[in-house]
Design a protein. Structure first.
Length: 280
């Protein structure tokens, strides 16, 4: 199905300081594992605007290839922005990739945490964190000028490959994948409710019960997904998303339900607010 692997980003994606970056960078290693042709347009020291623009330019120029291409995009430090760059640019870019129905994997090379990104298709960890966790001595992970060395690129390629092989098994509609469950087997959507938990956890449990079984809508293949996630927004920005408004005083919880049908081509989103969580 796939023939190409397209990679874009900054020097970390380009493979800067590697002895032979065209053969040793993670995108080439992953391409070899997946038997794909590598296309790497990463530019050292570029901004996120440039990464997005160049990727979109390639898509428009190679429209006939996009359904045969896996896109792996690594974002760089926000301080490199040419203009007043905001996270909204990445949100719009990710929605664009969704709208044209291409397989894409997004990550940050360093700096920003991935744990509370308000988007799907992001890796759980940035490049830097994957390297730090898998190489015992941090000084053995980087080249003289701070770029990942050959071993670090191998570790990140393995991390992406593991994620690829795992696929989206946690997001498929149900284990039956298309067979409606019997009415007698349907349990209450409140069966996992716990009084000692706050609204965010209980709402997520309820939605998982609603969409986690083929009681109303069935899946036809592994591109049809139903998922729910709760995002935490707080003023500090520590372990949560940072609000764009300074008026937020307390923690805010936003939920998102996503349902993809027709082979993933038709997408529906439902957002809801869960205001509070019980204090200890």
């Amino acid at each position: 199905m796939y023939k190409y692997l397209y990679a874009n980003g900054c020097s970390w994606v380009d493979g800067d300081e590697l002895q032979d970056r065209t053969q040793q960078r993670f995108s080439k290693l992953l391409s070899n594992d997946l038997n794909l042709k590598e296309i790497n347009e990463a530019i050292p020291a570029c901004s996120n605007e440039t990464i997005i623009k160049n990727t979109m330019d390639w898509i428009y120029k190679n429209e006939k290839l996009i359904n045969e291409t896996i896109f792996i995009i690594g974002f760089t430090a926000e301080s490199r922005s040419k203009f007043n760059w905001e996270f909204n640019d990445i949100i719009l870019f990710q929605r664009f990739l969704d709208s044209i129905d291409v397989h894409h994997i997004l990550f940050f090379s360093f700096g920003k945490s991935h744990k509370d990104i308000f988007l799907d298709n992001f890796t759980d960890k940035p490049f830097y964190e994957v390297v730090s966790e898998n190489i015992s001595k941090i000084e053995d992970a980087f080249c003289e000028n701070g770029h990942p060395n050959e071993e670090s690129h191998k570790k990140f390629a393995e991390y992406l490959m593991d994620g690829w092989q795992a696929g989206q098994a946690d997001k498929v509609c149900s284990a039956t994948k298309g067979t409606f469950i019997k009415k007698s087997e349907i349990k209450s959507i409140y069966k996992d409710y716990q009084e000692n938990k706050g609204a965010p956890d209980n709402k997520m449990a309820r939605w998982n019960n609603i969409i986690g079984e083929d009681r109303y809508l069935k899946c036809r293949n592994n591109k049809d997904i139903k998922s729910v996630k709760i995002y935490k927004i707080c003023k500090s920005g520590t372990g949560c998303l940072t609000p764009t408004s300074l008026l937020l005083r307390d923690e805010l919880f936003i939920g998102r339900v996503q349902i993809n049908t027709n082979g993933g081509k038709k997408r529906k989103f439902l957002y809801f607010q869960a205001d509070y969580i019980f204090k200890e």
